[in-house]
Design a protein around this ligand. Structure first.
Ligand SMILES: [Zn+2]
Length: 504
C-alpha cells in the first residue's frame, strides 16, 4: 500500500474506490493492468469448520448476539462438499480434505485422498500453479504439515495424500486395487513423488509457512536455496541417512520476523503446529512457544507478497487444527482454533480494506464430527440409552420406528463419546463440553453444568453437511449463493484473471 492510495481509501467507501479514481488522483499506478478490479485473492480455509462450529465459537467468544470477524463480511453463502468414488462420477457424500481441496484448487471432483488428480488419476492444473505461471506472487500457509492435504492440493499432485515424504513407499503412495494389491506405478512419476520433494522443487509458492519439517531432507533445502528461497531453520545434516529432531532445527517466529522480502520457507514444527491452547500452557522456554500464530503467519505473508508482482498475488491460509481437534472431539481446543483462524481472517480483511483490490474468501472444506449445540441439560440421541419415541397422540398414523438400530441401545461401534443418557445428570460427563459465554453470569465456569453453551459430537469423522462461505471485496458477491465446491475454482480463476478458465 502506497501512502497516496491509503489517503484515497480513507476518503472513499471501503472497497468501493475504483481504479480509475486512484489513477485520476495521480497516485502511482500500482499494478500494470489498471483495468483489473481484483489484483489479489486471499483464500482462508477453516479445515473441518461447519456452520455450527462458527455459531459455537461466536457464542463462546462474543456472546449470542456477537459476531466473529468472518461473520462481519458482507457476502454469505453455502458450499456443498461431496467427493466422488474413484474411477467414477458417482458421488461419495462425505469428502476428505484432499478431495475437497482438489475441488477448489482445480475445479474437479475426485476421490478421497486424491491430491491434484481427477477421479481417473489424471493430473489437473491448480489455481496456484496457473497464478504462478501468469506472474502472480503466491503463498501457502497452514497450521498443519505443509505437505498435508489442504496446502498440498495447491502445489503438488499425488495419487494418495499420504505420500508426503520424506521417502517413497508403495503403502503411502500407491492406491490399492479391489483385490488388495497395489496399482501399477503411473506413467507420470510426479504422481508418486513425495509431496515434500515436489514442493521443494516446483517453485509454485513464493511464501511457504507451516509445519512438517520432518517431511523434508537436506537435499530439499539445497533445492530450495538454489531457487532463491530463504530457508528458515535447518532441514538437517546431509551426512545422516535420516533426519531427527536433533539434526533438524525448526524455524521460529524470531526467524520469520527477520525476513524482510523475497521467497521464504518456514517450517515451525516437525509435525503439525501446536494448538494455541496447548501452546499457552507450555513453559515460556518450550520450543513450541516460538511457533507463530496463524494470524502472524498471515500478516507476514501479506507483507512479503504485497508488491512482489505487478500482477498481484494469490494467498491460501489454512486453519488446520479445527478439523484435527474436532476428530478428537476436543471442543475446547476446537473453539480455540476457530478463534485463532478468525484472528487470521481479521488480518486478511484489514489488508484488503486498505488495499481495495483484494478479494477475501473464508470457507471450509467439509464439516467435521457433527459438532452441535444442544439444549442445556440434554444429551444426543446417538448416545441415549433409549431411542426417542415417535408417537403422535393426535394422529397415530404418524407413529413410526426411530431411524436408528432397533436394539435401542448405545451402539459401541458408532459411539465414542462419553456415556450420556443414564449419566446425563452427572456433570463430569459434560465437563469438557460446556462453556461459559459472555452472556453468562459472573462466576460461571467452563465445564460446569451452569454454563450455557452445551456442545456435542455425532462422530469422530467428517460429515456431509454444507459449509459456510463468506467473502469481502471486489467480486465477493459471486460467492453469496449456494454453490458446489468445484465452482469455487472457476470463481477464483475469474477473479484473478478476469476471464473464465477454459474447459470449466
Ligand atoms: Zn479431517
Amino acid at each position: 500500500m502506497r501512502r497516496g492510495m491509503r489517503t484515497l481509501m480513507v476518503l472513499g467507501v471501503s472497497g468501493a474506490v475504483t481504479v480509475g479514481a486512484v489513477v485520476t488522483a495521480g497516485a502511482a499506478p500500482r499494478h500494470e493492468e489498471r483495468q483489473r478490479e481484483i489484483h489479489n485473492v486471499i483464500y482462508l480455509l477453516g479445515d473441518g469448520m461447519g456452520r455450527t462450529h462458527v455459531t459455537a465459537a461466536r457464542e463462546r467468544y462474543y456472546g449470542a448476539a456477537g459476531k466473529l470477524n468472518m461473520e462481519r463480511l458482507p457476502n454469505y453463502g453455502a458450499v456443498a462438499t461431496y467427493a466422488v468414488e474413484k474411477d467414477s462420477d458417482r458421488p461419495a457424500l462425505v469428502t476428505d480434505s484432499a478431495s475437497s481441496a482438489t475441488a477448489w484448487s482445480s475445479g474437479v471432483k475426485t476421490y478421497n485422498a486424491a491430491i491434484g488428480v481427477d477421479a481417473y488419476e489424471k493430473r489437473v492444473a491448480t489455481l496456484m500453479e496457473q497464478a504462478h505461471r501468469a506472474g502472480f506472487a503466491t503463498g501457502n500457509v497452514s497450521t498443519a504439515e505443509i505437505t498435508d492435504a489442504t496446502p498440498a492440493a495447491q502445489f503438488s499432485h499425488a495419487l494418495l495424500r499420504g505420500c508426503q515424504g520424506p521417502v517413497y513407499s508403495d503403502a503411502s503412495c500407491l492406491p490399492k486395487k479391489a483385490d488388495g494389491s497395489y496399482e501399477d506405478k503411473p506413467a507420470d512419476p510426479t504422481l508418486i513423488t513425495p509431496i515434500a520433494e515436489q514442493i521443494a522443487r516446483n517453485g509454485t509458492a513464493d511464501v511457504i509457512l507451516g509445519g512438517g519439517l520432518a517431511r523434508f531432507e537436506p537435499d530439499d533445502q539445497e533445492a530450495l536455496r538454489a531457487q532463491g528461497y530463504q530457508v528458515l531453520g535447518s532441514f538437517g545434516d546431509p551426512a545422516l541417512p535420516a533426519q531427527t529432531a536433533a539434526s533438524q532445527r525448526v524455524a521460529t517466529k524470531g526467524d520469520l520476523a527477520g525476513v524482510r522480502r523475497g521467497k521464504v520457507v518456514g517450517l515451525f514444527n516437525r509435525g503439525n503446529l501446536t494448538v494455541e491452547q496447548a501452546k499457552a500452557k507450555l513453559p515460556a522456554d518450550a520450543p513450541q512457544r516460538q511457533e507463530p500464530t496463524l494470524a502472524e503467519m498471515t500478516r507476514k505473508s501479506l507483507s512479503l507478497l504485497d508488491g512482489r508482482s505487478k500482477k498481484g498475488f494469490l494467498l491460501q491460509v489454512e486453519g488446520a487444527q479445527i478439523d484435527k481437534r474436532s476428530h478428537a472431539n476436543d471442543a475446547a481446543q476446537t473453539l480455540g482454533e476457530i478463534k485463532a483462524f478468525d484472528d487470521a481472517v481479521r488480518a486478511a480483511v484489514d489488508f484488503a480494506r486498505e488495499d481495495g483490490h483484494t478479494l477475501v474468501i473464508v470457507t471450509a472444506d467439509h464439516e467435521c464430527a457433527g459438532f452441535n449445540i444442544i439444549e442445556k441439560g440434554s444429551y444426543t440421541n446417538a448416545e441415549a440409552a433409549a431411542p426417542p419415541a415417535n408417537a403422535d397422540a393426535g394422529n397415530p398414523a404418524n407413529n413410526s420406528t426411530p431411524s436408528r438400530p432397533a436394539s435401542g441401545a448405545k451402539d459401541p461401534a458408532r459411539s465414542s463419546g462419553p456415556v450420556n443418557g443414564a449419566g446425563a445428570n452427572d456433570p463430569k460427563n459434560f465437563g469438557p463440553a460446556t462453556f461459559r459465554t459472555p452472556d453468562d453470569p459472573a462466576g460461571v465456569q467452563d465445564g460446569s453444568p451452569e454454563a450455557s453453551l452445551w456442545l456435542s459430537y455425532l462422530s469422530g469423522n467428517h460429515t456431509g453437511a454444507d459449509v459456510p462461505i463468506y467473502a469481502y471485496g471486489p467480486g465477493g458477491r459471486r460467492f453469496a449463493t449456494s454453490q458446489n465446491n468445484v465452482e469455487l475454482y472457476g470463481k477464483m480463476y475469474r477473479s484473478l484473471f478476469d476471464t473464465a478458465p477454459r474447459g470449466h
